[in-house]
Design a protein around this ligand. Structure first.
Ligand code: SF4
Length: 176
């Protein structure tokens, strides 16, 4: 087992004082750098940065960042959810480490598209059908994995067919 113990920290992000969502960090006693290329090989859409080292992954609107001695998770409801989500990610790390002989590690570094690159392909009508005040806010959240392309209904109109195809291709490598 790679991770045996951790200390939990739950907090409100400093950029969102008063927010009702929380972030949490599992401070690990063990160094998990060695498992990151194996997670990169198995987690679709993970963004790996060997220089840090860190690997981030978005799942269900929640960003998970694995680094040498921490696992950080955002967008949590409360402390109970923080414990549940972090224990599930710790189990994922341990399971991946135990199976490492069956996995070819990946050192591939994916690039997440910028909000501006996404915005240029959106309808730019600010119609709010996605629930966001502007297309640019939608682009920012799409880039962060907090929305899906299907959340923008106007993109299915025939005149946006080419834009939709370009967006699908742009996001294919990083869609969580
Ligand atoms: S639904 Fe699409 S077009 Fe409308 S505001 Fe959202 S991103 Fe823009």
């Amino acid at each position: 087992m790679l991770i045996e113990e951790y200390e939990l920290e739950v907090f409100t992000p400093p950029c969102e004082p008063g927010a009702e969502r929380f972030s949490a960090i599992a401070h690990l006693k063990d160094d998990i750098t060695g498992v990151l290329p194996y997670l990169n090989a198995t987690l679709k859409g993970a963004i790996y940065n060997p220089a840090v080292p860190a690997l981030s992954w978005t799942r269900g609107g929640r960003k998970v960042v694995f680094s040498a001695s921490q696992i950080a998770v955002s967008n949590l409801r409360d402390r109970d959810e923080a414990i549940r989500v972090l224990e599930s990610e710790i189990e994922r790390v341990n399971r991946t480490w135990e199976r490492r002989d069956e996995i070819t590690p990946s050192f591939h570094v994916r690039k997440r598209p910028t909000p501006l690159a996404i915005y240029r392909l959106l309808p730019q009508t600010n119609c709010k059908k996605c629930g966001e005040p502007t297309c640019y806010v939608f682009a920012t959240k799409l880039a962060a994995g907090q929305h899906r392309l299907s959340d923008c209904p106007p993109l299915t109109a025939p005149e946006y067919q080419e834009s939709l195809a370009a967006l699908q291709e742009m996001l294919a490598d990083v869609a969580g």
